[in-house]
Design a protein around this ligand. Structure first.
Ligand SMILES: NC(=O)c1ccc[n+]([C@@H]2O[C@H](COP(=O)([O-])OP(=O)(O)OC[C@H]3O[C@@H](n4cnc5c(N)ncnc54)[C@H](OP(=O)(O)O)[C@@H]3O)[C@@H](O)[C@H]2O)c1
Length: 217
């Protein structure tokens, strides 16, 4: 059992992943800027994943107490929020789920970040953490939906091989998920970009889509 903290875990993506990892038997802490909001979200996740223990605290306390940290804040929140968490994240695996996306002209597009991706931005802002990019292509609605198998791949990108293995194994604890080694953290920009494409595909087909890589087995 791993103690997993979600920074900004009160939003749909944080609660969805927290639900899946609570179902898998992990100890979950939901982080928020406000302890009361964290407590409310923790209760929601605990009720959905019956039998689990989920608590809610402020982000800094969540990061300090956990073994593993998952960032589920919008990318625009990263520059102001992440540097304060660097000490608490020292030597820990920190997962970046963020997609730096904006909507305009009737479509979703990726925002160019100077670091190349939200994951690399997170690493620059938390230099003492071992940042891994993952879960960017998993939509929150399906994560939250009644433990249904997801039948999707999760691309895992990291510069640290042990951290990549840890998150690949964690991802595969979600029903129907296969982890794919996406290479270095710099490749996270491509995984993030796929989500902007999926937004258009979802709109065109009126479905919630995901990705599968073929040709491996
Ligand atoms: N939603 C999806 O289907 C999906 C899919 C793939 C990837 N993602 C990625 O997952 C991340 C979370 O997505 P989401 O839809 O759950 O996002 P969200 O609801 O917009 O935000 C999540 C939480 O982040 C915190 N937050 C918001 N603005 C903040 C700020 N300026 N400073 C600090 N904290 C702030 C809020 O928590 P408090 O107010 O409680 O602090 C909020 O509940 C995003 O980076 C997104 O790109 C989402």
């Amino acid at each position: 059992m791993t103690h997993i903290a979600f920074i900004g875990g009160t939003g749909p993506e944080g609660k969805g992943l927290a639900y899946r990892f609570a179902l898998a038997g992990h100890e979950i802490t939901i982080g928020s800027r406000k302890a009361e909001r964290a407590a409310e979200a923790a209760l929601e996740v605990a009720e959905h994943a019956s039998g689990s223990t989920v608590r809610g605290v402020e982000n800094a306390d969540a990061a300090r107490d956990a073994d593993l940290i998952i960032l589920t804040v919008p990318h625009t929140a990263q520059p102001a929020s992440l540097p304060d968490l660097n000490d608490a994240a020292k030597g820990k695996v920190v997962v970046s789920t963020s997609v730096p996306m904006e909507f305009g002209g009737g479509r979703a597009a990726i925002v160019d970040l100077p670091e190349g991706s939200a994951a690399e931005q997170a690493q620059a802002l938390m230099p003492d953490a071992l940042v891994v990019g993952a879960f960017q292509n998993l939509g929150a609605a399906k994560l939250w939906k009644d433990a249904a198998a997801l039948d999707q791949d999760v691309i895992v990108c990291a510069d640290d091989d042990d951290a990549k293995r840890t998150i690949s194994a964690l991802a595969e604890e979600i029903a129907g998920i296969r982890a794919i080694d996406g290479g270095a953290l710099a490749n996270a920009r491509y995984a993030e970009g796929i989500t902007a494409l999926l937004v258009s595909v979802n709109r065109n087909y009126k479905k919630t889509t995901g990705i599968r890589i073929v040709g491996i087995e």
